[in-house]
Design a binder for this molecule. Structure first.
Ligand code: COA
Length: 118
């Protein structure tokens, strides 16, 4: 997964990994920021902001950088230049993940379980 990424940014404290973010894409027109997380004790100290800024520097030549997030996080990303995009976010879950989708159906969102009962 990491090897297939366009770039990976890590944050370390005393050589210990405390944060990570990566981007994948076609290396030209589209990149997606994903797997962005900071360990709880280091949150709220600007580590996450620095990770995204470093990713964006590395992705400076990419036409469109996107990410999926909850609406609550929108102000955080807006400070970094992201805008909410119009339209629905759609996904298709691979068959091998269908079991997990049945165990954890997300309320209000169509799942593999719902698809079989129409
Ligand atoms: C999101 C995350 C990576 C931010 O890392 P961070 O080092 O705390 O980020 P910064 O210190 O640069 O910025 C902190 C700001 O992020 C925003 N923020 C963080 N988590 C938030 C949440 N769940 N909802 C809304 N805003 C949030 C707030 O504006 C916060 O400011 P505050 O500390 O004054 O409230 C970290 O909170 C995390 O790992 N969360 C769990 C995983 C996750 O949600 N990843 C992002 C998926 S899109």
């Amino acid at each position: 997964m990491l090897r297939a990424s366009l770039c990976v940014v890590t944050a370390r404290k005393d050589r210990r990994l405390v944060g990570i973010g990566r981007a994948w894409g076609d290396g030209c027109f589209r990149a997606v920021i994903d797997d962005f997380v900071v360990v709880p004790p280091e949150r709220g100290k600007n580590v996450g902001t620095r990770i995204v800024k470093m990713l964006l520097t590395r992705l400076a030549t990419i036409e469109e950088v996107s990410l999926s997030t909850g609406l609550a996080m929108a102000p955080f990303y807006a400070r970094l230049g992201f805008v909410l995009s119009r339209g629905a976010h759609m996904k298709r879950i691979a068959a091998r993940s269908a079991q997990a989708a049945r165990v954890n159906p997300r309320p209000g969102i169509g799942s593999a379980h719902d698809a079989g009962t129409a």
